[in-house]
Write a protein that binds this ligand. Sequence first.
Ligand code: SF4
Length: 100
Amino acid sequence: MTNGVMRRKKVNCMGKFRVEIDKNACQGFGACVELCPQFFQLSDVDGKSTIEGAKKVMKENEVVAETLELDKLECIREAAEACPFNAIHILNLETGEKLI
Ligand code: SF4
């Protein structure tokens, strides 16, 4: 039981990719939500793109970004490429390469 919990924690913290939403760049039109609704939603709070379970990056009491680490991008890359404001960034944590 304990081992199972520890293993799950490690998977959650160590993804292969880091996805970041730049909240200042996002204009909330929702192309990402349309292309990848299983990850992206528009927030009821600020009307901008959000990912459930993502870590919020705060600056002066304001959420400036959200980041999520995960092993598979699935439709996230397509959504990031479609963002007209370049508000979604993807980093390959294994190679350090910025994909978008
Ligand atoms: S497509 Fe880009 S600008 Fe539009 S909601 Fe998504 S992140 Fe924001």
